[in-house]
Write a protein that binds this ligand. Sequence first.
Ligand code: NAD
Length: 424
Amino acid sequence: MTALDTPAPSVQENAWEMAREQLRRTALLAELDESLFNVLGDCKKAVEVSVPTRMDDGSVEVFTGYRVIHNVARGPSKGGIRYHPLVTLEETKALAMWMTWKCALMELPFGGAKGGVVCDPKLLSPTELERMTRRYTTEIVDQIGPETDIPAPDVGTSPQVMAWIFDTFSMNKGHSVLGVVTGKPLHVGGSLGREKATGRGAGYCVREALRRKGRHVAGAKVAVQGFGNVGRNLAVLLEEAGATIVAVSDSQGGIHNPNGIDVLDAARHKAETGSLGGYSEAEDVTNAELLLLPCDVLAPCALEQEITADNADAVQASIVCEGANGPVTIEADDILADRGALVLPDVLANAGGVVVSYFEWVQGLQEYFWKEEEVNERLNEIVTRAFDQTWTLHETRSVTMRQAAYLLAVGRVAEATITRGLYP
Ligand code: NAD
């Protein structure tokens, strides 16, 4: 039995196995050569680093950090850095592989990478966070660079963290290197439109999906899980376009109002009280309940594996937009497909961030910056093109949107790998 014939065990638990299983299914559909599957199914490089950090009380805490490069056949690798207590090497490898497919689907000249530090950033003071970030950057300084591997924000990291990475790398080189990291604050080489780009890209995908069903964003009922960079921006943008946002949530729980939530007002409530719960204009719901609410579009925008074999049957939305990476397990994906729900896969639905990160990298290399309308227009063009291509394959080959996206993306990376040839 070959690697291609063997389904991965316990795919619900292990993000890396889930990513490998998605690739294996694609390889079978695409009749990919076994040796190519083996090359694409592994990560090019993974480093684990120790990050000793002086805390404000004078003690020293040692954090563990990772940087994983999955594939560079189409260009330097690109991928975010996550600060979260549950970061693992396996999860980082899965996220790196997903980045490879995402960049290829968007036709960006990048491969995929991801990084992370096992920590709870909420428990660190700003000075501790800065010292930890600078030490982590120094530990991976030989891995990253504008021509090799370009980090960006992810869960738990912010434009400020990117600014520290940019500054630390630049201090090591002796001059400013704008292209080393994206998602930077505007006044140190960030791009207009980057902050909202992932939510915006997801919004374009929701718009296109509804259009294919003869519907419009205006009037659609949407539930969004996760109220961070992706979820909050998506909710605001869809509300602006006329959607009714029936529910939103953060890690502590959510709120629901079938007649619609004023998202900015809910954000104000969260800023004042520290959580969405207790908002007077809506009922409290748990995160588990939010996923099962009646709505047209469900957008899981928090963490992985939220929709599983245990709850997929009860999801009522006809469109599931994966704002997060890997929120739908493989078994849940099959259940949703059988039920006729349209899942907009993460590699398509949350690619807006990496598209504008690409724009930021280009602007940084040229030291010439674009207007926000220009950024949004080009983002719309790229995401809509990828959606069209994916939709066409989904229809012509009668495969799910995820399978179509993977067929396109894996095919492009495979083609580049074959054309470049194996070194030496
Ligand atoms: P973030 O840290 O800004 O926000 C995460 C949100 O999820 C917060 O509101 C948090 O309270 C909530 N959350 C955390 N655990 C939760 C749980 N168990 N249940 C419900 N909510 C929970 O992170 P982000 O940048 O918005 O990223 C969210 C997801 O989108 C991640 O999967 C990330 O990999 C993916 N993503 C982000 C970007 C980007 O540009 N930021 C791009 C592509 C994909």
